[in-house]
Design a protein around this ligand. Sequence first.
Ligand SMILES: Cc1cc2nc3c(=O)[nH]c(=O)nc-3n(C[C@H](O)[C@H](O)[C@H](O)COP(=O)(O)O)c2cc1C
Length: 386
Amino acid sequence: MAKARLDRICNIQELRQAAKRALPLPLFDFIDGGAEDERTLARNVAAFDRYALLPNTLVDVSAIDTRTTILGEPIAWPVVLAPTGMTRMFHPGGERAVARAAAKAGTIYSLSTMSSVSIEEVSGLTPGPKWFQVYCFKDRELTREFLQRAKAGGYKAICVTVDVQVAANRERDRRSGMTIPIKLSLGSAFQFAIRPFWCLAYFTSERPILANVVHKIAEGSVDISTVSAYINRQFDPSITWSDLEWLAGEWGGPLMIKGILSPEDAKRAKSVGAHAVIVSNHGGRQLDGAAAAMDALPRIADAVGGDLELILDGGIRRGTHVLKALALGAKACMIGRPYLYGLAAAGEAGVDRGLTLLKDEITRDMALLGARNVGEIRREMVTTVP
Ligand SMILES: Cc1cc2nc3c(=O)[nH]c(=O)nc-3n(C[C@H](O)[C@H](O)[C@H](O)COP(=O)(O)O)c2cc1C
């Protein structure tokens, strides 16, 4: 996309539209969609409307400081990039582009276990702080190996995702025939054919792979379908808190649990040694009908807010969403789709655009809220509305 057109994009919603124009529909739906009726996906965004801001007026807001820290790591603004798998399918820049954009924007990039660029390569790409997202796989040796590689790569913390006990029912993907690797059917071939720029970029660049696990597959059969089948067999529905304890012990560093929605689970997270909780329903992609992350946040903040750092993940589309989450007890927010839309629309420049838009909104909205720094965003600054 030309720079002038990208610069005219005003908000994340418009970036989403640009992504829709750039991607074949099955791929757009894969990013954009959620589980079953997508109620949780919709609620994640709508929940922010149940809270209204109560600004402090006549505060000198000529200097706004958006900086904060999360798990001791200084970041330029209270948003970090969530882990998302296989991003080279959306744009050849993939994880490389996103990691670079995060470093430029002064924030943390979380690399997914399911990334299409390896732990080692992303580690060396930028001096920016990084987290590694890990699943506790059936193959505990492989899980341990991930932790060792993340440690060797200088990843500052791990986030253990606990809401993928089994594969979700994503009906958009079933309808569109979306699979990894991409398999064309008569119906979907048309959707790809009408996106020739994406096809050209995809078929002329190195094919995406599950870069962290290719070595587990016998040499000579590293095609992604073999790797995908292998990884699907690795999800372990029998994981419990004692496995988390094992994982925390193996890692021995800052650890977050991603996918917590209840105060009881947040308390248990603390008891197994977690330092932070990511209040999340996987962006509405797993259990449809689960509470919106923003609706779960206040009770979790009441239960463990003094002991654990909280990250609100899911539904952030505006700077004001971030301010509301901070007011209700989050230390920072995570975004997934907002940067993926940017990546799909225009590669690294698109991610830059999405991050700039959100950061500018946060800065402007803090001034309008009468908060000169993130510490001044307090619970009294939000009220619930019917
Ligand atoms: C295409 C896509 C892939 C994702 N892959 C992963 C993943 O590999 N691991 C993970 O923990 N979460 C994954 N997520 C969930 C995100 O980390 C995050 O929880 C979610 O996107 C937040 O909601 P939002 O998109 O509304 O910001 C993925 C999300 C999307 C949209």
